[in-house]
Design a binder for this molecule. Structure first.
Ligand SMILES: O=C(O)CCC(=O)C(=O)O
Length: 291
């Protein structure tokens, strides 16, 4: 199958940035949507420069390499502009159903040409109680929609994102012919093990976006990234907010970098940092309990 031309669902999932009700309804019904032209080119360029500076300051990430920042908002002042960017915040408010939002989780990724992509998974697997990892701590709420800026665009031949339509439902049975791992983080062909790395699974929708568009998917939606067969680094950036009304206990002391970020954030944006958890990526419940 030619995955770059792809099967398409029989409904519209690409919308102009102002069609916020349609975007929210598509995301609620099918677990994903694309918002076109949310961010202006100047801001895309500024955020791209910040992502490069934060993740790969000396350009040392080698061929086929991938690298993440798990706290990009703390180090990338251009991303603070999103907090007062009305088209972006209008979407965030509509998707979370709240007018009073707090910064929750941010990430950025650089994938170099030749990188193998990422297998199918959900960011919200079945969680243990109490949460045992930083991921389980942060990815717990139904409000946790992902809004990703693919700053260099999302294209199936250049490491772009794909989702599985309707996989956001708690009772989604998985693709036909596959079975879930015990925590449902991923699935594999019946009889196989590990993460399923091939992109071609029933319900797969490759997302085509241009710089300035947003790729949106719901908390449980299964997604994957294509291998990068292009010739330039792929940059992406996700900024997640949560409704302030969501009770949220932070099990780690606020990291020093988070404190510095909060101190540097302008007064008018301070409300977004009140309740920001930062992240301690290698936090583990068992280590915390043993202390
Ligand atoms: O690289 C991508 O576009 C996908 C990344 C991803 O799925 C993740 O970090 O959970």
């Amino acid at each position: 199958m030619d995955l770059t031309s792809s099967p398409q669902p029989g409904y519209r999932y690409r919308f102009e940035a102002h069609e916020i009700d349609a975007i929210a309804e598509c995301n609620a019904a099918h677990g994903f949507a694309i918002a076109i032209g949310v961010i202006e080119r100047d801001l895309v360029d500024e955020m791209s420069a910040d992502v490069r500076r934060v993740i790969d300051p000396d350009g040392g990430l080698g061929p086929a390499g991938s690298r993440y920042s798990m706290d990009v908002v703390e180090h990338a002042p251009s991303t603070w502009k999103l907090l007062e960017h009305e088209p972006f915040m209008r979407l965030q408010r509509r998707l979370t159903g709240s007018d009073d939002l707090v910064l929750h989780r941010t990430a950025a990724i650089i994938r170099n040409p030749g990188s193998p992509g990422m297998g199918w998974h959900t960011d919200m697997p079945l969680a243990s109680h109490p949460p045992r990892t930083a991921n389980e701590v942060l990815n717990r709420g139904e409000w946790g929609n992902s809004l990703w800026h693919y700053l260099t665009g999302s294209h199936p031949d250049r490491g772009g994102l794909a989702v599985i339509a309707d996989s956001h439902r708690a009772d989604w049975p998985g693709p036909q012919g596959f079975e879930f791992t015990p925590d449902r983080q991923t699935f594999h062909r019946i009889g196989a093990t590990g993460w399923h790395l091939e992109m071609d699974v029933p319900g797969m929708v490759p997302l085509h976006t241009e710089p300035g568009d947003l790729a949106i998917f719901a908390a449980r939606t299964y997604h994957a990234a294509f291998p990068h067969r292009g010739d330039r680094p792929r940059l992406s950036l996700g900024i997640g907010l949560r409704p302030r009304s969501e009770r949220f206990d932070i099990p780690w002391p606020l990291p020093e970098s988070s404190r510095r970020f909060i101190a540097a954030l302008p007064e008018r944006l301070q409300r977004f940092a009140d309740g920001y958890p930062g992240i301690v990526p290698d936090w583990k419940l068992e280590t915390a309990e043993a202390r």
